[in-house]
Ligand binder design. Sequence first.
Ligand SMILES: [Zn+2]
Ligand SMILES: [Zn+2]
Length: 395
Amino acid sequence: MDFNNFCDREQEKELIIMTENERERWVVTSAWPYVNAIPHLGNLIGSVLSADVFARFLRLRGDEVVFVSGSDAHGTPVAVAARRNNISAEELAMKNHGIIKNLFKKWDISYDNYTHTHNPTHINFTQDFYLDVQKNGYVSEKEIETLYCKHDNLYLPDRFVEGECPHCKDEKARGDQCDNCQKLLTPLELINPKCAICGNTPEIKTTKHWYMDFPKLQHKLKELIENNKIIPQNARTMCLNSIKEGIPERAITRDLEWGIPAPFESAENKSIYVWFEAVLGYVSAVKEWAEKIKKEPKKFDYFWKDKDTKTVYFIGKDNIIFHLIVFPGLLMAYNEDKSQDQKLVLPYNVSSTEFLMYENDKFSKSRGVGIWIDDALKLAPLDYWRFNLVYNRPE
Ligand SMILES: [Zn+2]
Ligand SMILES: [Zn+2]
């Protein structure tokens, strides 16, 4: 089966003719899985399968839909896994991307483009994007203290460091986020930090990073959330609370070899923080689809730069803040000097799920709890899983 032309085009055309006047334009997306492990059923229902069902529904209705996602190839989860397995990060990422892409095909997920973040379209788009954000006055440089492992000769960003959460005291918190209380963290906030590679206690070292000025966007983001009447109530409350606490500046760069090189002047040896580039994959995946799969480059502007396009994000609840505050903030900063027909459209809606439970523990890829999507298909037929997962969707 041709993955990119999965749905029945003839039937779709008939429906389009019937409903041409009300036809809407949609970008449907599902969260990008890290390539450090095979997705589990919780990842599948939370984003991939729900998005697939929705995209199929829209196509049946006759709407114009582009449905994209991809593998999150960069960042510390992949770099840590590669180091532990003694292979290069690129080798690990490309191997696992192939496996995941093939599994989504087996699950009949009707992506128009399932790509990855280590492709040239994404890398170029991301670098140009951040140069524009900098030109528009949203990037500043700062010297900061960070953790460094002498034993591994390595700075320890994000998941290269583990320790106790300063908020909920969970002992399995990581340098970027606590899975238990969902709070975003920085490595220095962890109590009793340990290097994730060798387990030694790191030392503190000074380094320079480039920061995104979110405080400057605070009011605009508050307006965006307040004026959006359709986002789910739980997401609205979470976002407004977070805005009330104050949105801090966030470092765009990392001292990490595996990633997209930061495009800023004198930022040699820095890469862009994986979250800040993978989220742009929603945009670049449509660009790549238009240019390389459809071979109609104008389709990119047609979807992403039309103010009436509806973009929807199917995500786990731990990603709400990132999709409704961080991502729109980046888009606003990029859009600032653009004419109306060149602005990227802001998020229309998110659909988030609670965590799927496995017996009494939540499914977790990083902790190895749950049923994996490759094993599931050996246990029961596809339609059994597709029905049961949608039926039991944890909302
Ligand atoms: Zn916590
Ligand atoms: Zn170490």
